[in-house]
Design a protein around this ligand. Structure first.
Ligand SMILES: Nc1ncnc2c1ncn2[C@@H]1O[C@H](COP(=O)(O)OP(=O)(O)OP(=O)(O)O)[C@@H](O)[C@H]1O
Ligand SMILES: O=C(O)c1ccc[n+]([C@@H]2O[C@H](COP(=O)([O-])O)[C@@H](O)[C@H]2O)c1
Length: 192
């Protein structure tokens, strides 16, 4: 089975994330896309980070009506901050028959050379890269790389940071979130 791994903090998951995953489910040869909820990303601070299980619940609510999209808590029991190479090593042991690829935005590809053991990741996994509005350049080593697959997914420029800020300031964020995710955040009083 071909699995695309979409790593993120998902604090909260929003329609930008969901649009990318659905685009890949519809346009690529991936059988499933797993949203891997990261307890702590190596380049991020822990502030305003919701509990792992609440973020996982929101990913579940966002993906439950999509056959190919699945939430994953695989990183919850691994060491923090979560380095993707360590998660991949663990996944390969646990699912030896699966073929794992990564899904990332062009913005993340621009800093990919700073990831732990990125050469090893690229040696063993293909990476689906979708367009993102961002500054900086993609390193020449990644241009025309055989493991990097560019996909023409739609660009939706919103972020979880923006959504959290809007909620804090009392604004309506309903169109930016899957409906059940919006309801959950509202009922739980998150990010206020
Ligand atoms: N609007 C978007 N469209 C496509 N990809 C996105 C979008 N927002 C975030 N991503 C990407 O999705 C992955 C997971 O995102 P993450 O949970 O870190 O979300 P974020 O919205 O960037 O969060 P934050 O604002 O809290 O930093 C990252 O690789 C990120 O670059
Ligand atoms: O392995 C690394 O060195 C590494 C460095 C930065 C980010 N990542 C992964 O990429 C995901 C998205 O990163 P971020 O910082 O844009 O949220 C994050 O959830 C991590 O799983 C991984």
């Amino acid at each position: 089975m071909k699995v695309g791994l979409y790593f993120g903090t998902f604090n909260p998951i929003h329609i930008g994330h969901l649009t990318i995953a659905n685009h890949l489910a519809e346009h690529s040869d991936l059988d499933q896309i797993w949203f891997v909820v990261t307890p702590l990303s190596p380049f991020k601070k822990k502030s305003s980070l919701l509990d792992n299980y609440h973020r996982l619940e929101m990913v579940y609510l966002a993906t439950k009506d999509y056959d190919k999209l699945k939430p994953s808590d695989i990183e919850f029991k691994l060491k923090q901050p979560n380095y993707t190479i360590d998660t991949l090593t663990y996944l390969l042991e646990k699912y030896p028959d699966h073929d794992f690829s990564l899904i990332m935005g062009e913005d993340n590809l621009k800093s990919f050379h700073k990831w732990k053991n990125y050469e090893l990741i690229l040696e063993n996994h293909s990476i689906y890269v979708y367009p993102r509005i961002s500054s900086g350049n993609i390193e020449t080593q990644f241009n025309d790389h055989p493991q990097i697959i560019k996909v023409e997914a739609p660009i939706m420029e919103l972020s979880s940071t923006f959504i959290r800020k809007e909620i804090k300031e009392g604004r309506n964020v309903k169109p930016m979130l899957p409906n059940d995710v919006w309801k959950f955040i509202d009922e739980m009083n998150f990010y206020r």
